[in-house]
Design a protein around this ligand. Structure first.
Ligand SMILES: Nc1ncnc2c1ncn2[C@@H]1O[C@H](COP(=O)(O)OP(=O)(O)OP(=O)(O)O)[C@@H](O)[C@H]1O
Length: 259
């Protein structure tokens, strides 16, 4: 760790280079012990992929990070904030610094593309000022995903891939420090999935955004990740670059890379 990047706030040591820190996270639902001492660190500017099979606890993990679920035990820090200590207002403020791209595009069907993109800006208008003109932000976000011409269209007029790109534009409109992607390529054909992956990389390069990417898609992990964590049996079972994990002789690790 770079000592110059450490600060002391109150009694807490804050590392400015760390965007997410999770220590010894435990979550159970009755007898179902989903997370059993999970640890991870996401560093500034890094794309970190978490892979795990269906039901392994990936969504539970994200919910703990954004304060939608209280763990049984463990420490969760996001953008320098200890999630366990935040009230609703502080959680809302923290979430305004996080872009979300979740499974399905979740656009509002009754709103135009422009209105969909303005929605997070209106919700967090304290960040921008009430009379801030939203159009330049909307246009920049749409241009980043190559869809400036869809401004006045309705979601029903877009293809599945275009909807996903609009959702990505919406995820970056608040200029987040961190983006959380949950299965960003699920349900897309391979070519469209590749376009989304390319856009994710461009956004990281352009804005230096850190990203946590939850995916089953090995190709997506290969292209976007600097580092990967394999979530197995509630723990961070293996960790490394795509190449390091691919070369592993551990059968449990190999299983992730079989197509
Ligand atoms: N609110 C809840 N109440 C009870 N059990 C839950 C709840 N949320 C999640 N679980 C259980 O926790 C486990 C992990 O669920 P989770 O949704 O995190 O899996 P996942 O890895 O995201 O799976 P997928 O890839 O299929 O989306 C599952 O066994 C699920 O049934």
């Amino acid at each position: 760790m770079n000592l110059e990047q450490e600060r002391i706030v109150g009694k807490t040591k804050v590392d400015d280079d760390v965007v997410i820190k999770i220590e010894d996270l435990h979550v159970s639902f009755g007898d179902n012990h989903v997370l059993k001492g999970f640890n991870m660190v996401l560093k500034k500017g890094e794309n970190l992929v978490v892979m795990g099979k269906s039901g392994s606890g990936k969504s539970v993990l994200i919910k703990c990070m954004v304060g939608l679920l209280t763990p049984d035990r463990g420490y969760v820090e996001v953008l320098g904030k200890d999630i366990g200590t935040l009230d609703q207002h502080a959680l809302d403020e923290l979430r305004s610094h996080i872009g979300f791209l979740f499974q399905g595009s979740a656009l509002y069907d009754s709103m135009t593309v422009r209105e969909n993109l303005e929605f997070p800006m209106r919700r967090h208008r304290n960040r921008f000022g009430a009379d801030q003109d939203t159009l330049p932000y909307v246009m920049e976000a749409l241009e980043n995903v190559g869809l400036a011409h869809t401004l006045d269209l309705m979601p029903a007029e877009l293809s599945g891939g275009m909807k996903r790109r609009v959702a990505l534009a919406r995820a970056i409109i608040l200029r987040p420090k961190l983006i959380m992607y949950d299965e960003p390529t699920s349900g897309l054909d391979p070519i469209t999935a590749k376009e989304i992956i390319e856009l994710m990389r461009n956004i990281q390069k352009k804005y230096g955004t850190s990203a946590l990417i939850i995916t089953h898609d090995v190709d997506c992990a290969r292209v976007v990740s600097e580092r990967m964590i394999l979530l197995v049996d509630g723990t961070n079972y293996a960790e490394g670059t795509y190449g390091e994990l691919l070369a592993s002789s551990n059968p449990m690790v190999n299983a992730f890379f079989k197509k």
